[in-house]
Design a protein around this ligand. Sequence first.
Ligand SMILES: *Cc1c(COP(=O)(O)O)cnc(C)c1O
Length: 372
Amino acid sequence: MTIPVIRPWLGEEEAQAAAEAVRSGWVAQGPRVAQFEQAFAEYSAAAEGVAVSSCTTGLHLALHLLGVGPGDEVVVPSFSFIATANAARYVGATQVFADVDPLTGNLTPDTIEAVLTSKTVAVIGVHQGGVPFDVDAIEAVCSKHSLALVHDSACAAGSTYRGKPVSAGASLAAWSFHPRKLLTTGEGGMLTTSDSDWATRLRRLREHGMSVSAADRHTSSGVKLESYDEVGFNFRMTDIQAAIGLVQLAKLPDVIARRRELADRYHKLLPEIDGLRWVSDPEYGTTNYQSFWVVLPDSYEGTVVDVLEGLLARGVSARRGIMAAHLEPAYSRVDLPVTEYLTSRSVILPLFHQMTEAEQDTVVTALAEIVR
Ligand SMILES: *Cc1c(COP(=O)(O)O)cnc(C)c1O
């Protein structure tokens, strides 16, 4: 039996909720989506939630809403899932990769300022692997240069910044409910925003630009004709997904408490491996430990692939660390020393709700054997 890197925590309750949505006959975007939007916005201390089909479509819609387009540059970390950079391309803009902080894996005011040009209009800040970026510091640099800030909060549901939910009060934040994240609806995502006019426009844009939603037309007693005032998209979430999301959201506090407990235990066990570094809370917030990554000791001469193979041989499934988009053929190379160091020397260790202490001991013993 191999110890998996992550295992979604889904059960009978989610199956029941999905079945009820099917039996209700309303399977596309409807009342459950509205309910999920409200519950998620409340959980994240956001004014409004707008459910979408994924975090990727959420980021696309956010840049579209801001009017970002051809000729514009959007600063993004390369040290992220590739969807962050792709979002800039979807609207015809150019992504400009900035380097990250070696401890948090996140953009900093300095790394952003190093790549600004007269064409820069926006920054996508990523709370990478659940570790919050320094929101106040990055907001300050964005307002100094009149740049829009979009939070890529894909990994960060349940993380905190200065005592509040991460991205609380953000003008735009995009979240993911892919099974690799801590709250899943299969596929799915959400935009949260502090601006109710934006929320209204986002709701139209995700539904073909329709002035009256299909759900509103259905529940109206009279005839309601819709109009299409601008070109929109089909980025809708389904009520089946939202039904699952509502159950998952209720479980999230338990999931995070358990992850933080297991992460604490890793923090106690890992110091036995000389020179190893690991992810932990930054001074200004807390992570949900969506990814528990370690950076290999400099003294270890093998590669990340050697470590992954060694772990697999010992019954442990791990993953390479966060990818670097600028090293992929879809993009072009630039000089990002910290990103390249982190991506070439880090490994994501197993961490899942049902993980036992014995499994965790196996992981640490295996890693120690390999890198020592
Ligand atoms: C997972 C992830 C995404 C993409 O999320 P989807 O919901 O799968 O589109 C975007 N950005 C980051 C940082 C992610 O980790």
